[in-house]
Design a protein around this ligand. Structure first.
Ligand SMILES: Cc1cc2nc3c(=O)[nH]c(=O)nc-3n(C[C@H](O)[C@H](O)[C@H](O)COP(=O)(O)O)c2cc1C
Length: 356
């Protein structure tokens, strides 16, 4: 059985164990999307993860989906991220930034312009804005001629991540944000070469991935997928075909990893696992709460080489040490997930601190 505490070589990076901190939006950046000092503290505290994937980071101001999320499109933001990278490296950790363009999961009250998407399809529900919860609005469909500009935003953000000293980037093609909006047939109703068939719907994600790989090197690029997932009003009816097309397009690139959130049936996730010849990170999604036994089970079943855990990392900065010691885990306080400020962010004690 694969030992979750055994080291792992992820391209040039030596991970100290096989537990990955899953990306989690925590809304602690300043009003300009600049990472704050408490963010450096937070990620530094969690550097015992084999790999940290940061919260979603917008590659442009239009790509922002929530208040106080960090960006990677200004020099000030790069300087903020440098503090995060330094804090994680000082503790021997490895950190990739998750590049997340929210697409239609945004609001003019947040970004000062109409959100963009593959097609004019309004999401169900409401969105957090600086003025409180508001119903979603219909997004503006991107013109075909605008797509190279969006690709360029991803490339620029990836270059800035490297310039900040971060170890790589994860492209967020999961959970109903812009890239999955291209993959899914309910959100992508385009009639150009980016819509209408599984092959066409996969095209934009492949082009973004290729361009980012060309810019910073495949060993620094991972991608996150949630095949068949319905988060953010996604309804994929041709998931098997679409993800097969996507896999065919990205497989030759030699990516650092594929980060797969289990689909409800497990079938597409298995097909991706079978078909991909590089490292796979497994995540079980919101269905349950991940711990040592779920991680061990997933690796024992060979569903991936690495296992990512989200919520338990919020309340257990020393999560890997606790799992190793079979120590009890602290429960996270949901009220402070997105609250801003240090409370419920950098004040969870380690096991040692709570014993003192
Ligand atoms: C507070 C919070 C914020 C999240 N933000 C992101 C995000 O920015 N990007 C992303 O891909 N997933 C995000 N997720 C999903 C997690 O990465 C993960 O898939 C999910 O929490 C399930 O894993 P768990 O059961 O170990 O928590 C978030 C989850 C939580 C709880």
């Amino acid at each position: 059985m694969s030992d979750v505490f055994a080291p792992f070589s992820l391209g040039p990076h030596e991970l100290s164990n096989r537990i990955v901190m899953a990306p989690m939006t925590r809304n602690r950046a300043d009003a300009d999307g600049v990472p704050t000092d408490i963010m450096a503290t937070y990620y530094g505290q969690r550097a015992g993860a084999g790999l940290i994937v940061t919260e979603g980071v917008q590659p442009s101001s239009t790509g922002q989906g929530y208040p106080h999320t960090p960006g990677l499109h200004s020099d000030e933001q790069v300087e903020g991220w440098r503090k995060v990278a330094d804090a994680v490296h000082a503790e021997g950790g490895v950190v990739f930034a998750q590049i997340m363009h929210a697409g239609r999961i945004s609001h003019p009250a947040l970004i000062g312009t109409q959100p963009v998407a593959p097609s004019e399809v309004k999401p169900a529900g409401e969105v957090f804005t600086p003025e409180g919860l508001k119903p979603f609005e219909t997004p503006r469909a991107l013109e075909t001629a605008e797509l190279p500009g969006i690709v360029a935003e991803y490339v620029d953000a990836a270059r800035r991540a490297v310039a900040a000293g971060l170890d790589g980037v994860e492209l967020h093609a999961a959970n109903g944000y812009l890239l999955q909006q291209f993959l899914s047939d309910n959100t992508n109703q385009r009639t150009d070469e980016y819509g209408g068939s599984p092959e066409n719907r996969a095209r934009f994600v492949i082009e973004v991935t290729q361009a980012v790989v060309e810019a910073i090197g495949a060993e620094r690029v991972g991608i996150r997928l949630s095949p068949g997932g319905d988060f953010n009003d996604i309804h994929e009816t041709e998931a098997a075909q679409t993800y097969a097309e996507l896999l065919a397009g990205i497989k030759p690139l030699g990516l650092a990893y594929l980060h797969v959130i289990d689909d409800p049936s497990g079938e597409v996730a298995s097909a991706l696992r079978e078909g991909f010849d590089g490292t796979v990170i497994v995540n079980t999604g919101f269905a349950g709460s991940s711990d040592l036994s779920t991680a061990q089970e997933a690796l024992a079943q060979d569903r991936g080489e690495l296992f990512s855990i989200g919520r338990a990392f919020i309340s257990n900065p020393d999560l890997v040490e606790r799992l190793k010691a079979d120590a009890p885990l602290a429960d996270p306080d949901m009220d402070t997930f997105y609250a801003g400020g240090a409370k419920g962010y950098v004040d969870y004690p380690t096991l040692e601190e709570s014993a003192a």
